[in-house]
Design a protein around this ligand. Structure first.
Ligand SMILES: [Zn+2]
Length: 293
């Protein structure tokens, strides 16, 4: 078996649902790629009918989220709604607020039903140090977590990406394991938050999009890790690399090589673990390739 504790199997099917739209006051129209979704998914949101320079605020489940225009004069604004893979099933609201020409505050919202994802549970045996780290290893784990939290708490207020997101390995279009619930050496652990791509050690890994490298170092569980900030709270993570070819702070172009596939950290064999985080929500990275904001 290889991977971050296994890989290569296809994941559960996502429900296929149609887009939904709502006409609001003063000609504003809200659109969502789906009104029903499942844990670990990504929704594309759009506000149309806006006047140039008209400003909007958006909230997803009560948290402010960014909205942006592709060009400054565009009547359409975009947002991405991330549904964390452990978000409880239920109904949530995407809400926008803006001001009418006379200054009157206006609001409009669409609700989204989140269903539980169908994620298999797997039981694996790994080296004891990766389930019961000693105090020194535990300290490293906590430092890593603090570092990652500081990164995900930062929202760079601009679009750093251009065009389409791509899978970070050449000639590969699908991976597995996203969302799997895990029992390691008999103990329940956090679900698997990325997509695993089995690949030979040394295979080049490419940036899924342009942005800025915000982490390029060895972490306890994810081994040699690169995190790229794409702006507006969107981050991609590449783990278990044998080699890192970039530095924190580097601007990065889409499809630039960032390192090589390896088996560092908590793994059972060489593979690439690819993660996508949107405003702290851990979502299936393949969806940003398939759905193309
Ligand atoms: Zn993984």
């Amino acid at each position: 078996m290889l991977a971050c504790l296994s890989a290569g199997r296809t994941q559960g099917k996502q429900p296929v649902q149609g887009p939904v739209r709502k006409t609001c006051d003063s000609g504003i129209v809200l659109k969502l790629s789906s009104a029903t979704t499942s844990q670990g998914s990504l929704l594309l949101a759009e506000i149309s009918g806006a006047k140039p320079s008209q400003e909007f605020s958006a909230e997803w489940d009560g948290r402010p989220i960014p909205v942006w225009r592709e060009t400054p004069a565009s009547p359409i604004l975009h947002a991405l709604l991330g549904v964390d893979l452990e978000k409880p099933a239920g109904r949530y609201e995407w809400k926008i607020t803006w001001s009418a020409a006379d200054g009157k505050p206006l609001a409009c919202s669409l609700s989204v039903t989140v269903r539980a994802g169908k994620f298999p549970t797997e039981r694996l045996t790994v080296e004891k140090q990766f389930v019961q780290p000693d105090p020194e290893q535990q300290k490293r784990v906590e430092e890593d977590q603090k570092k990652m939290k500081a990164i995900y708490d930062t929202v760079t207020p601009e679009v750093l990406w251009k065009g389409k997101f791509v899978v970070p390995l050449k000639g590969v279009s699908t991976g597995g394991n996203f969302g799997r619930r895990r029992v390691l050496n008999g103990e329940a652990r956090s679900p698997h938050a990325g997509v695993d791509f089995p690949a030979a050690a040394g295979t080049p890994v490419y940036a899924a999009q342009s942005g800025k490298v915000v982490l390029a170092e060895n972490l306890y569980y994810s081994g040699n890790t690169v995190v790229i900030d794409h702006g507006f709270g969107i981050y991609t993570l590449y783990a278990h690399l044998s080699e890192i070819d970039v530095h924190a702070g580097d601007p990065i172009e889409a499809s630039a090589e960032i390192g090589k596939v390896g088996a560092t950290g908590r793994v059972t064999g060489p593979h690439l673990h690819w993660g996508l985080t949107i405003d702290h929500a851990r979502v299936n990275a393949l969806q940003i390739v398939q759905r193309q904001p």
